[in-house]
Design a protein around this ligand. Sequence first.
Ligand code: NI
Length: 130
Amino acid sequence: MLKIHHLGYAVQDLEASVDEFKRLGYDQRGDTTRDWERKVAIQFMTNGPYLIELIAPLSSDSPVNNILSKVGNSPYHICYEVDNIDAEISRLSGETYILIENTSEALAIGKRKVAFLYHADVGLIELINS
Ligand code: NI
């Protein structure tokens, strides 16, 4: 079983969305991270046991602009926590997942290793090493 770590949520205007999610009862967790390599600004928010990641573009060629231009603010990916990210990538690749972004350090999550994969029947998923 893959344990859900967080839900990634694409937003156009980070500050406005942080305020609006607070009105829904979410709390801010930590500070905003600006990841210039990935060209996204990230703010984690909690709602009880649930963790969501608000992701906003830092530039016009940010990868998150793809979904924003198609559907606007919306869920973007589900992130799963795994014990061995390399082994999990191999396993999922064998199940016809496509590796979209190979492992790198996530600035917003204590530089833990993350990777993104895609499957036509599932959509975009993120893996994070525990
Ligand atoms: Ni994420």
